[in-house]
Design a binder for this molecule. Structure first.
Ligand SMILES: Cc1cc2nc3c(=O)[nH]c(=O)nc-3n(C[C@H](O)[C@H](O)[C@H](O)COP(=O)(O)OP(=O)(O)OC[C@H]3O[C@@H](n4cnc5c(N)ncnc54)[C@H](O)[C@@H]3O)c2cc1C
Length: 474
């Protein structure tokens, strides 16, 4: 594998002993650079690989829906790893503060030779890694198994927008969009009798089933993720660019929960998309350039659609990771663009025609049936349509006392109800909507200043608003 994907996180040496893969962001066995690296190091050391997952039941505000999704996937991972002769343990971190400590203790208990983990740009995961870095006696490596191009290689700074990161990504993709080697079975078994936590009893059978029912559009696990990709490439890709922005259509890939939990690698999705499109990545991306919006094209080709999809999957997604990797305050108004901060400050005292509390918003009780429909779609299914997410977040800015309050409420709702929430894409998407991050200044308006505005009238010109409302609230 390309070892540029790997960072050494401490100065300790690799020792004799089992090699731990601390699975965190990437909940999969196939196409996983972290696991592949752990396996190659273990083979070199003639040692077993041991996989450990630290499970935080209410991770960043997630509820039973997200927990059920993870628990089901963990059961499958355990089986898949057993088939590869690899032991798997789950350690439960009840309050989200102990994961680093659990891993450091586990490392000591089994006298591990090295620890490999997934690099995850969110602060909470960094704090866990930091604890492990300071408290283990063997080597510690971080692998970016999420981004196609390791986030620190794409750029060494926070990027201004898609237009600044795109050329960097285009230049590096031929090197990093390589094919995955097969994950082979481990020769060396881990035979020590150690007990992991009983993660399956965190939810009763009834709670698990009910939670999974509410997200029946996204069955959990790696197998289901590959199934969703297959379906999308068969039935959806040929019209993606034309209908992905219509909330009445099932025109998006629905891959975001799988990508968020690492149940499928973005690199695998990109590789399979290029196969279906019949062209290499450079050809497709140069063809589409910045033309993410192709609704108006009379006869968009498969290459146009594939290009529109890859723009979102690669450029926009890796831009979000760049944002959270270099901007530690990704969930605060301090991360807003300077022009946006000044302009929102100037508009701070503008009169708000409607002001809603967090509770009213959460219960979808606003005067705007379109907004209520979007909020209801998210609560009921765990996925608000992508186009509506922009409108939804901008209206929260319009109907609360301040950008600070709007940002906090949007993040709370997004992280609590979206199956794909608690993700760099979410923090970047909300900061784009409310704080102009990765965007430019538009014409000034009350409350919004020069932040891009969206209106219900604008939505009416784009799709059948009444149909969407009827589907979700009537
Ligand atoms: C206010 C707001 C909140 C958002 N919250 C989240 C979130 O919590 N989690 C999340 O994954 N995405 C979030 N997004 C981005 C986007 O709306 C979703 O990724 C997309 O709707 C998920 O559906 P899909 O997988 O069917 O998308 P598709 O259109 O099929 O796209 C495929 C993949 O490309 C990536 N992608 C698509 N659009 C974007 C985008 N605008 N920015 C970054 N990556 C993108 C995602 O990984 C997505 O799964 C948010 C956007 C906004 C404006």
């Amino acid at each position: 594998m390309n070892t540029k994907r790997v960072l050494k996180l401490n100065s300790k040496d690799t020792k004799d002993g089992p090699i731990i893969y601390w699975m965190n962001r990437e909940m999969r066995v196939r196409d996983n650079w972290s696991l592949l690296y752990a396996k190659s190091l273990a083979d070199e050391q003639k040692a077993p690989v041991v996989v450990v997952y630290t499970l935080v039941p209410g991770f960043l505000g997630g509820r039973n829906r997200q927990l059920a999704f993870k628990i089901s996937a963990l059961k499958q991972i355990k089986q898949d790893l057993a088939e590869k002769n690899i032991s798997f343990f789950v350690l439960v971190d009840a309050d989200g503060k102990q994961s680093g400590k659990h891993i450091a203790e586990f490392t000591k208990n089994i006298s591990a030779g090295a620890v490999i983990t997934d690099l995850y740009p969110l602060r909470i995961s960094r704090s866990w890694s930091d604890y492990v870095r300071k408290n283990i006696a063997c080597s510690f490596f971080g692998v970016d198994a999420h981004n196609i191009i390791p986030v620190w290689i794409t750029s060494d700074k926070r990027e201004y927008g898609a237009y600044t990161i795109r050329p960097k990504i285009f230049r590096l993709l031929p090197e990093f969009l390589d094919t995955f080697p097969e994950m082979t079975s481990s020769t060396y078994a881990f035979t020590e009798k150690i007990k992991g936590d009983d993660f399956e009893s965190l939810l009763s059978k009834k709670e698990l089933e009910e939670s999974l029912q509410s997200i029946s559009w996204a069955p959990p696990g790696e197998e289901a993720a590959h199934g969703a990709l297959k379906r999308f490439l068969k039935d959806g890709i040929h019209r993606y660019g034309a209908i992905r922005n219509d909330p009445n259509e099932d025109g998006q890939s629905n891959l975001s929960p799988y990508l968020h939990y690492g149940m499928i690698a973005p690199q695998r999705v990109a590789l399979e998309t290029t196969k279906v499109a019949g062209k290499d990545i450079t050809h497709i991306l140069h063809h589409i350039k910045n033309k993410a919006k192709i609704e108006d094209d009379k006869k968009p080709t498969l290459i146009d659609h594939a290009g529109a999809f890859l723009e979102e999957l690669i450029v926009r997604r890796e831009l979000s990771d760049n944002f959270c990797f270099y901007e530690k305050k990704y969930d605060s108004t301090e991360c807003f663009a300077d022009w946006a901060k000044k302009s929102l400050e100037k508009a701070a005292k503008d009169t708000r025609e409607y002001v809603y509390t967090k509770k009213q918003l959460e219960e979808a009780k606003t005067h705007d049936s379109l907004w209520n429909a979007a909020q209801t779609q998210m609560i009921q299914t765990g996925k608000m349509h992508g186009y509506m997410r922009m409108y939804w977040a901008k209206k929260i800015l319009e109907w609360t006392h301040s950008p600070e309050e709007a940002l906090a409420i949007a993040i709370y709702l997004n992280d609590t109800y979206e199956l794909d929430g608690r993700d760099p894409n979410g923090y970047a998407g909300i900061a784009w909507s409310i704080g102009g991050v990765h965007d430019r200044a538009w014409f000034p308006r009350p409350i919004f200043g020069t932040i891009r505005y969206m209106s219900r009238g604008g939505c009416e010109g784009k799709f059948d608003v009444q149909k969407y409302i009827t589907t979700w609230v009537q």
